[in-house]
Write a protein that binds this ligand. Structure first.
Ligand code: 0WD
Length: 256
């Protein structure tokens, strides 16, 4: 079934119109889904609400949720359960690392910076999966966003690469636990896209240039392309897939 009409999806991590989460929101919205947006702090509330106001179809819902705060996660999802009851999917599009650790050498990473990146970028997937599970009474699809830097060494990606490796493993362990409840857990490994978060990565321009020169498709991917793969993973078309990383990266990951 291609349509997502009558279904509800939580989208975490829309910061602005360039966010990958916004590409996902647009794809799910065109398929008829109702959307629930969460944002890290009040600072992002207006921009998320303004963007969502441009969508047609079912009215969206909004909740603040800082994923470093267990009480906030608990409150967000219990309020959501009272408000809407059932959720069919969740897109986790959240990551953070200190800017100064996204350049230079990984060997210089601080304990603080390491734990911060792990906390926001990897553990948060486990925390929100646990919180959303009681709302996925009709089964569900959880999706996270990862990057090649977790599988291989990518210059400057450093502490975030290690966090993505941890995120990938977290995704697989969750897939194994939650499969028996009809909940699938997968990741999209997106190619580099210019977003707020990407700005923090040292020399991001040359990463993009390599994609233009060397990737099989010879061009970077867009938020919309990631969004359409998310739509596939949220729909029944992907019902046999869990614990998987799908690369939406113009084929770059096949190269030596
Ligand atoms: O090239 C890229 N841009 C790629 C990004 C390639 C491959 C993967 N990714 C990943 C990122 O690592 C991240 O996991 O995609 C995900 C989304 O990143 P993005 O779209 O590139 O970046 P951005 O638009 O800056 O969104 C990051 C979100 C923001 O959303 P909100 O709505 O909360 O403003 O992560 C959020 C950040 O604020 N975030 C948090 N959300 C909740 N609690 C927290 C937090 N503590 N910290 C950061």
């Amino acid at each position: 079934n291609f349509s997502l009409e009558g279904r509800t999806y939580v989208i975490m991590g829309v910061a602005n119109k360039r966010s990958i989460a916004w590409g996902i929101a647009q794809s799910l919205n065109s398929a008829g889904a109702r959307l629930v947006f969460t944002y890290a702090s009040e600072r992002f509330e207006k921009s998320v609400r303004d963007l969502a106001a441009t969508l047609e179809g079912p009215e969206s819902l909004f909740y603040e949720c800082d994923v470093t705060d267990d009480a906030a996660i608990e409150k967000t999802f219990s309020t959501m359960k009272e408000d809407i009851g059932v959720v069919h999917g969740l897109a986790h599009c959240i990551a953070f690392a200190k800017r100064e650790e996204l350049q230079g050498e990984f060997v210089d990473t601080s304990r603080d910076g390491f734990l911060l990146a792990q906390n926001i970028s990897a553990f948060s997937l486990a925390a929100v999966s646990k919180a959303v599970k009681p709302l996925m009474t009709e089964g569900g699809s959880i999706l996270t966003l990862t990057y090649l830097g977790g599988e291989r060494v990518v210059e400057n990606y450093n502490v975030m690469g290690v966090a993505k490796a941890s995120l990938d493993a977290t995704m697989r362990y969750l897939a194994n636990d939650l499969g028996k409840y009809g909940i699938r857990v997968n990741a999209i490994s997106a190619g580099p896209i210019r977003t707020l978060s990407a700005k923090g990565v040292g020399d991001f321009n040359s990463i993009l240039k390599v994609i233009e020169e060397k990737s099989p498709l010879r061009r970077p991917v867009t938020q919309e392309e990631v969004g359409d793969t998310a739509y596939f993973l949220m729909s029944d078309l992907s019902r046999g897939i869990t614990g998987e990383i799908i690369h939406v990266d113009s084929g770059f990951s096949i190269l030596a």
